[in-house]
Design a protein around this ligand. Structure first.
Ligand code: ATP
Ligand code: MG
Length: 403
């Protein structure tokens, strides 16, 4: 039997809707995949008629192909990935390729063929292709049933320009937009469960994410920094995060805890965090802040307290998890792959110097008054200067030189 070249066909619907911007989006996804797939034997990636086609090196086996497809499906912007073969625009070849694609997929009973041709210059219409290729598959596999409605497997046959692409296994992708197509955001990244998920969600909407992590160092150990680094390495696999700034925050928290009334301390820490994150965002050219807050989850996440922290900055603050439940967030963290790391304990800078009864309905006037006694502007530039950048692989991110 002829050896056909293995391919992964990458489908994207949302990108397809972007009119004139479409080719920019396609190129962004193509560049992201090129960089992220460096561990796979990819020969090249081409745009073909509303899809990207990843060509795998000759001799690639099915297990590797599957691993590659399962990797691609997690990359933002990918709606679906189909595994199959490229062959000539010739019905006999297409039948052989369809047989090979079907042989790769085990454990199914029903199927149908779904053919499409991009140009009418291929003399056989799609209905006829369905019939002819379907008949060949039936003949080779009398034990399988043709089923038009909800078959286990759809054998896709696409004739595009000078070639045909044939596939059987097709898996859903994470969807969204390619990272790098929606600008840049600065994400307040703790080593907890929520903020990595919030970061991932913004990346899935096409934003390049920069993490800002506040460590309790030197007042606590640096465990949280290692956890955040592990989290960033998980997000990096799909190109979601370009850099994490680690801010040694412990001394400043200590200072706040010595001067600010206990119930306002948490708000004060958080306002300072927001201001420092905003300063880092300005230096990075990021246009919004992102947090993992969910309404009412803890004392600092009441409406009144959210208002008080928002008022510390003039950038938009996005909270992609605001309306989600903890269990939903845990599910997402498991899918993203950060849950286990986030479940480890680390002395968090927020638990350090935590008052016994934090305010749940802070009044902005009280907060501003307490804050006026502190040299906040000076602290913000000191902390932003002291922030330590850690870089990750993110094809959509152009590195800023640290000052
Ligand atoms: P998470 O699981 O993300 O830590 P949480 O449930 O612990 O969230 P909080 O501690 O109130 O909630 O934090 C709310 C948000 O503030 C976090 O989602 C994160 O965006 C930000 N944040 C909290 N602590 C830190 C930190 N040490 N460094 C950076 N950002 C932080
Ligand atoms: Mg936390």
């Amino acid at each position: 039997m002829t050896e056909f070249q293995r391919i992964c066909l990458v489908h994207y619907h949302e990108i397809g809707l972007k009119g004139h911007n479409r080719s920019t989006f396609e190129m962004r996804l193509l560049k992201n995949l090129e960089a992220l797939l460096s561990d796979f034997d990819v020969v090249t990636i081409h745009r073909i008629s509303g899809r990207l086609c990843v060509f795998l090196r000759e001799g690639t086996d099915w297990e590797t192909e599957k691993r590659c497809a399962d990797f691609i499906r997690k990359v933002p912007g990918v709606a679906r990935v189909s595994s199959g073969y490229k062959c000539e625009r010739d019905l006999a070849q297409m039948e052989q390729a369809a047989l090979a694609a079907m042989a790769d997929v085990d454990d199914f009973t029903s199927f149908k063929v779904q053919a499409r041709r991009n140009h009418t210059d291929f003399e056989v219409g799609s209905m006829d292709m369905n019939r002819i290729i379907g008949a060949a598959l039936c003949e080779a596999h009398p034990e399988k049933q043709v089923q038009m409605k909800n078959p286990d497997v759809v054998v896709g046959v696409e004739v595009v320009q000078n070639a045909a692409y044939v596939y059987a296994r097709s898996v859903r992708g994470v969807g969204g937009l390619p990272v790098g197509s929606s600008g840049k955001v600065a994400c307040l990244l703790s080593s907890g469960i929520d903020s990595p998920v919030a970061t991932w969600r913004m990346a899935r909407r096409g934003a390049v994410c920069i993490g800002v992590h506040f460590s309790g160092r030197p007042q606590t150990s640096d465990t949280s920094e290692y956890l955040v680094d592990d989290i960033a390495h998980v997000l990096e696999r799909t190109g979601c995060i370009g850099r994490v700034y680690v801010v040694p925050f412990g001394d400043y928290q200590r200072e706040i805890s010595l001067t600010v009334p206990p119930q306002l301390r948490v708000i004060m820490y958080r306002r300072l965090m927001f201001k420092v994150a905003q300063e880092i965002a300005h230096r990075e050219g990021a246009k919004a802040l992102v947090t993992g807050e969910s309404l009412g989850q803890v004392a600092s996440q009441t409406l009144d307290n959210i208002r008080c922290t928002d008022a510390a900055v003039d950038m938009p603050v996005f909270r992609p998890l605001i309306g989600t439940d903890k269990l939903e967030i845990i599910d997402m963290a498991q899918q993203v792959g950060t849950f286990e790391i986030s479940s480890q304990d680390a002395p968090d800078c927020c638990t350090l110097f935590m008052p016994r009864n934090p305010e749940t309905h802070a009044q902005l006037e009280d907060v501003l008054e307490a804050e006026s006694a502190l040299p906040v502007d000076q602290w913000v530039s000191e902390l932003a200067d002291a922030a330590e950048p850690h870089d990750y692989k993110c094809p959509g991110y152009k590195k800023k030189k640290p000052r």
